[in-house]
Design a protein around this ligand. Structure first.
Ligand code: F6P
Length: 322
């Protein structure tokens, strides 16, 4: 391997910059050149490349977002789009790739790696934590800490006004952000796509549960089935007009901010391991961390099998919010 192309793709996540830095610095350590590709597959198809060096990644480990920028790209879904991308890689003498992103990124990488003879490895970069082959994805820890910080603030005003707040968090079709932050904020209930009884449980608690609570927080994952925070809020208000209910959708605040220490360390470890993996002949695999050890998972496995939800964690929310 002489020249590694690195790019970020899909939704950004805090810690992506730390991952880029690790890839660049580890490559330099092994005497390998690095080409930065801007805006993911979109930039690859347009040849938006630049040479990276030690300095290009100075002072970025602490920054949110991605210095390489990111995009969701439709052209790369077509054979012509992938052909154009491959031609640009050949022209720029890029002979291996590190893709940083989530399931969409790895789906593209898997197809590309099967069509063209270029080794590709991936780094799990998404706040959703919805990939198999790593205990945590880069960005998840920062995002859940952002949510906890926001919900603690919401709790202050909820408590002052004796209100019930329905707070919607991201996660696409995964409830992992909602589950952990629900536990950490002492939520009354969580509604997640992986559990079908959330709404019923919430309505039951409001009807038969303790009445002397001064504030209540309900965490709703954006992908759950009841229809999102507004619909849940409408149902609660209809059934329990005596509860003073408010809705808060946290939105993209969850994607920004300085990465946590956990995310920086995770990104640094898997970033360096990606370069070593390419040197050792790995391809079409995501590099993650399981129980503190570097783990290699084929792309198709990483994207197809969502991380399961531990039912004990759901029970914990109910048990502790009595
Ligand atoms: O995958 C990360 C994520 O933030 C999801 O949680 C969310 O559903 C989606 O991206 C939002 O995407 P966009 O920023 O394109 O609206």
């Amino acid at each position: 391997i002489k020249n590694i192309g690195v790019f970020t793709s899909g939704g950004d996540a805090p810690g992506m910059n730390a991952a880029i830095r690790a890839v660049v610095r580890a490559a330099m350590y092994y005497g390998i050149e690095v080409t930065g590709i801007r805006r993911g597959y979109d930039g690859m198809g347009k040849g938006d490349f630049f040479t990276m060096n030690r300095k290009s990644v100075s002072n970025i480990i602490q920054r949110g977002g991605t210095i390489l920028k990111t995009a969701r790209c439709d052209e790369f879904r077509t054979p012509e789009g992938r052909k154009a991308a491959y031609e640009h890689l050949v022209k720029n003498k890029v002979d291996a790739l590190v893709a940083i992103g989530g399931d969409g990124t790895f789906t593209g990488a898997k197809v590309f790696g099967s069509e063209y003879d270029i080794p590709v490895v991936g780094l799990p970069g998404t706040i959703d934590n919805d990939l198999v082959g790593t205990d945590f994805t880069i960005g998840y820890d920062t995002a859940i800490n952002t949510v906890v910080d926001a919900v603690d603030k919401i709790r202050d005003t909820a408590e002052s006004h004796d209100r019930l707040f329905i707070v919607e968090v991201m996660g696409r079709d995964s409830g992992l952000i909602a589950l952990r932050t629900g536990i950490a904020t002492g939520a009354e209930a969580i509604l997640i796509p992986e559990s079908k009884t959330g709404l019923e449980g919430l309505l039951n608690r409001l009807e038969f549960g303790r009445k002397d609570k001064t504030s209540r927080i309900v965490i709703v994952a954006e992908g759950e089935d009841a229809g999102g925070a507004f619909e849940v809020g409408r149902l609660v208000q209809e059934k329990f007009p005596n509860y003073d209910t408010r809705i808060s959708i946290l939105g993209h605040i969850q994607r920004g901010g300085a990465p946590s220490c956990m995310d920086r360390v995770l990104a640094s470890r898997v970033g360096a391991a990606a370069v070593e993996a390419l040197r050792d002949g790995h391809r079409n695999e995501m590099i993650g961390l399981i129980n503190g050890e570097i783990a290699y998972t084929p792309f198709e496995h990483a994207i197809k099998h969502h991380q399961g939800i531990d039912p004990n964690m759901i029970k914990l929310v109910e048990m502790l919010s009595m």
